[in-house]
Design a protein around this ligand. Structure first.
Ligand SMILES: [Ca+2]
Ligand SMILES: [Ca+2]
Ligand SMILES: [Ca+2]
Ligand SMILES: [Ca+2]
Length: 206
């Protein structure tokens, strides 16, 4: 009987995990709507190559995630970047944008890796922040992880913008890499202005 109930509990847990309903699973998204001072997340799709969001070597910046309750058994950081011109981009001097997270216990920034985004598109780069530095960042995730980006560590002339930074635990889905507020597609705007223009002409004629 004992064994059977354990089996049922394990099966129920498995079902919940499959459905993404495990209580520890969390998604924490930092973007323009978070309103953090000193951050430059692109608010709206279409602003990704405009100032102050599209930034170069001397314009490094960082942000802070919210505290996440302990108990998770995996955690990844997904950063959505626009226009990362990483290898292959010629023979030398590709765009290298390093992502680092802060370990409070040792008062050091830990290198997670470089962005591997697409040219002229938003895409996620995923970093394992649970296994990084032998688990040294787990307590920092619980406290609220500090993250920063060193743009162009090789000092090239490349530019990059970010849409969001997402921590997801226990396999939860980080969502869409695009900036939060998506405007009407250009076709929709054209249709609306065309309809408006037609209505205006009709009124003038009548
Ligand atoms: Ca830099
Ligand atoms: Ca490019
Ligand atoms: Ca730590
Ligand atoms: Ca670029």
């Amino acid at each position: 009987m004992m064994k059977l109930s354990h089996t049922i509990a394990a099966a129920a847990f498995g079902l919940m995990a499959t459905a993404g309903m495990v209580s520890a699973a969390t998604v924490d998204t930092i973007d323009a709507t978070s309103g953090q001072a000193g951050t430059y997340f692109v608010p709206t799709l279409g602003q990704e190559t405009t100032s102050p969001y599209y930034r170069g070597a001397g314009e490094d910046w960082g942000w802070q995630h919210n505290a996440i309750a302990s108990g998770f058994t995996s955690a990844v950081l997904n950063i959505s970047a626009y226009d990362v011109d990483e290898s292959p981009c010629g023979t030398s001097n590709c765009e290298v944008d390093n992502i680092e997270a802060f370990d409070a216990a040792t008062n050091t920034w830990i290198l997670l890796g470089s962005l591997e985004g697409d040219n002229n598109a938003f895409s996620f780069t995923e970093f394992d922040i649970f296994a990084a530095a032998g688990g040294a960042l787990i307590d920092d995730i619980v406290a609220g992880l500090q993250v920063r980006m060193d743009i162009n560590v090789t000092n090239g002339g490349w530019l990059v913008s970010l849409a969001k930074s997402v921590i997801s635990t226990d396999g939860s889905n980080p969502g869409n890499p695009n900036p939060g507020q998506v405007p009407l597609p250009a076709g929709g705007l054209l249709l609306i202005s065309a309809l408006g223009g037609a209505a205006f002409l009709r009124r003038k004629k009548s």
